[in-house]
Ligand binder design. Sequence first.
Ligand SMILES: NC(=O)C1=CN([C@@H]2O[C@H](COP(=O)(O)OP(=O)(O)OC[C@H]3O[C@@H](n4cnc5c(N)ncnc54)[C@H](OP(=O)(O)O)[C@@H]3O)[C@@H](O)[C@H]2O)C=CC1
Ligand SMILES: O=C(O)C1=N[C@H](C(=O)O)C[C@H](O)C1
Length: 269
Amino acid sequence: MTHTPGIAVTGASGRMGQMLIRSILDSDQAQLVGAVERKGHAWIGQDVGTAMGGKALGVTVTDEPLEAFATAQAIIDFTAPEATLEFATLAAQARAVHVIGTTGMSEAQIAALKPAARHAVIVRAGNMSLGVNLLTQLTKRVAAALDDEFDIEIVESHHRHKVDAPSGTALMLGEAAAEGRGVRLEEVADRGRDGITGARQRGHIGFAALRAGDIVGEHDVLFAAPGERIVLRHVATDRAVFARGALRAALWGQGKPPGEYDMLDVLGL
Ligand SMILES: NC(=O)C1=CN([C@@H]2O[C@H](COP(=O)(O)OP(=O)(O)OC[C@H]3O[C@@H](n4cnc5c(N)ncnc54)[C@H](OP(=O)(O)O)[C@@H]3O)[C@@H](O)[C@H]2O)C=CC1
Ligand SMILES: O=C(O)C1=N[C@H](C(=O)O)C[C@H](O)C1
């Protein structure tokens, strides 16, 4: 008999929460065992399937995360930084794999995940799609091949509801470019230009963010020198690519030693 891991989804009513639940229901390798929302949310106490406008799934939305995590082998969490820190402690208590898609975490918040990672597997990535993770590797290679005569700029576009900038993906791409160049991103990042900024500094990596309409997620890595330009581009047209990656991470993490991992580990890139 094969064991099908049980998965709890936090932020169940969110754009990604609902997409994750659909992906789990479509999969024969995992089952939905929990759905979490914050206290006071209109979905608390309802069956998550009916709350989503479909048939009942036998999973009641709860505001008690530990209750939902107790029967889960993995937690998939696309919420907000403070919530993710709380869920990391509880997922570790439940010894469940914690897949973190939440972006906008500060360095201090990322460091605060360490105690939880001593007891359980954490897989965290600013983008869970295969395409973007491959793009990070391409970015690193191109950055390593070109000198700083080529200016590197990362341009990202997202829907009007997104609350953090630069996007988690843009930061992953920036880290990859910096690594390829052999520099530290924090020393060369230009994260916002406005007013009389002065000329562009050689060797810097620039970020620009657009927020408009219902754009799912688009990222360009631009390498520009006098006379020529290379543009590496990823366009997500369906949030299902992130959900599929997160589910793959939840399954991959089963039986792995406690620690912090990313999607490059999961995908073997
Ligand atoms: N890594 C990746 O591949 C991807 C990452 N993301 C990231 O995922 C996150 C969520 O994105 P998205 O789904 O679009 O955002 P939404 O705002 O649609 O969803 C977030 C959900 O989390 C809930 N939430 C927030 N705080 C808590 C809490 N304390 N307890 C329980 N639930 C909570 C929100 O509830 P409420 O509405 O009540 O606030 C909401 O339902 C963002 O950080 C985004 O950048 C998105 C796509 C891909
Ligand atoms: O908020 C989003 O929507 C997305 N967030 C992630 C990010 O910050 O890069 C991934 C994806 O681009 C969609």
